[in-house]
Write a protein that binds this ligand. Structure first.
Ligand SMILES: [Zn+2]
Length: 338
C-alpha cells in the first residue's frame, strides 16, 4: 500500500509538473519575443486585453478576425503588433469608441469611415517615406497630402509659418473609461513626436483613460468645441492674443489631455474665465471625478519625465489639461520661423 501511494503521488506530481511546464512554456513564448525591458508590462497587457476580448467580442468574430489577418504582420517583434493580432482589439474601436462627438449617428458613421481611410492612407505612406515607425498601431508619419488638405484653413491657417515638413502625424491607440481600445490621432511638431508616441504607449499599457483623440480639424479647429467634446489635441496654429508670437499649440509643442475635465481658468478683470465653459464643474480639484489630472497622475508623471511643463502648476492661471515644452524651446522655434 505504502509503495502504491508513493508511486501514485509521484505520478500525480509528474502530471502536475508537466501541466505547469506546458502553461509556462506558452507564457514565456510571448515574453521571449518581446523586448526585455517591456516584457512584464506586455504580459499584463496581453492578459488584460484577452479578458476584454472574451467579454466584448463573440468567439466567431474573433476567429474571423484571426483568419482575415495575414500572418505577415508577425514579422514584427513589436509588442503592439503581437497583442493586437492576439485579441482583435483594433477592430473594437470602431464600434465602441465615440469618435467625433456628435448627436447624429449618420454623421458619426461617415466620419468613422473617413477616419479609417485616412489611417490606411497614412499607413501606406509611412512605408514609402520610411518615417519613424514603432508598430502598426503606434507610429509617426509625415503630413500626407490628404491630411494637409484636411488641415487647410483649420489647424493649418493661411498665415501659418510653421512649415509642413516640421509637423508630424501621430497614430496611437488609447483606452477610454470603459476600457475600450480607441484609435487616436494627433498632429504635433517633429521635435516632440517620439516623446508623445512613448507617452501614449505607456498610457495605453496602463489603461489610462483618454476619452477622445481625433484631429482637431474634425471640429474645424475650434478649440472650445473640441475641448467641450473632451478631445485631446496638440497642434492648432494661432498667435498669442494681442501679440504676433506663435502660441505653443501653434508651434505644435503643447498638448491638451481630456480638456473637459481639466479646464483652463484665469481671473480677468475680476471675472473668472473657464475654457471650455462646460468644464466649470471640474474646477474643484479636491473633488473626485474621472479623467482628473493632478501630480499623482500617470499622465502628469510621464509628460514631466519627457521634459514637459504642466499648466496646472502655473500661478496666474491654471491649465490642468495642458503640457508644454519650456519657453526656451518655443523661443528657438519662433526665431527660426519669424
Ligand atoms: Zn493647451
Amino acid at each position: 500500500m505504502k509503495s502504491d501511494i508513493s508511486i501514485k503521488s509521484i505520478i500525480s506530481m509528474i502530471i502536475v509538473i508537466s501541466v505547469l511546464a506546458t502553461g509556462c512554456g506558452k507564457g514565456s513564448e510571448s515574453v521571449l519575443t518581446d523586448d526585455g525591458n517591456t516584457s512584464e508590462s506586455v504580459d499584463t497587457k496581453t492578459y488584460k486585453e484577452a479578458e476584454i476580448e472574451d467579454t466584448t467580442l463573440g468567439k466567431s468574430e474573433y476567429s474571423n478576425k484571426e483568419s482575415n489577418e495575414e500572418a505577415g504582420n508577425k514579422a514584427s517583434s513589436e509588442a503592439w503588433t503581437n497583442s493586437s493580432e492576439d485579441n482583435s482589439v483594433d477592430t473594437a474601436y470602431d464600434s465602441s469608441c465615440a469618435g467625433v462627438s456628435t448627436d447624429n449617428d449618420d454623421t458619426k458613421g461617415a466620419s468613422d469611415n473617413d477616419k479609417i481611410e485616412d489611417t490606411n492612407q497614412n499607413k501606406g505612406d509611412k512605408s514609402d517615406m520610411d518615417s519613424t515607425i514603432s508598430s502598426e498601431d503606434f507610429y509617426v508619419s509625415e503630413i500626407t497630402d490628404e491630411l494637409f488638405e484636411k488641415m487647410q484653413g483649420k489647424s493649418y491657417k493661411d498665415d501659418c509659418n510653421v512649415p509642413r515638413e516640421d509637423l508630424r502625424y501621430i497614430h496611437i491607440l488609447h483606452k477610454n473609461l470603459e476600457g475600450d481600445t480607441c484609435e487616436g490621432e494627433m498632429v504635433c511638431h517633429k521635435i516632440i513626436a517620439q516623446d508623445l508616441l512613448e507617452i501614449f504607449e505607456e498610457l495605453y499599457l496602463n489603461d489610462y483613460p483618454i476619452e477622445r483623440m481625433v484631429l482637431i480639424d474634425e471640429y474645424d479647429a475650434d478649440d472650445e468645441t473640441s475641448m467641450t467634446a473632451n478631445n485631446s489635441s496638440c497642434f492648432n496654429y494661432r498667435v498669442i492674443s494681442h501679440t504676433t508670437k506663435i502660441s505653443k499649440h501653434g508651434l505644435g509643442i503643447a498638448v491638451d489631455i481630456n480638456p473637459l475635465y481639466n479646464p483652463y481658468t484665469k481671473i480677468v478683470d475680476g471675472t473668472r474665465i473657464v475654457e471650455p465653459a462646460a468644464g466649470e464643474p471640474y474646477l474643484d480639484r479636491e473633488a473626485d471625478f474621472p479623467y482628473k489630472i493632478d501630480e499623482d497622475d500617470l499622465c502628469y508623471k510621464l509628460f514631466i519625465e519627457h521634459g514637459f511643463e504642466w499648466g496646472g502648476s502655473w500661478t496666474r492661471a491654471k491649465d490642468y489639461q495642458h503640457f508644454e515644452m519650456p519657453d526656451f524651446v518655443a523661443d528657438e522655434l519662433r526665431a527660426t520661423y519669424d
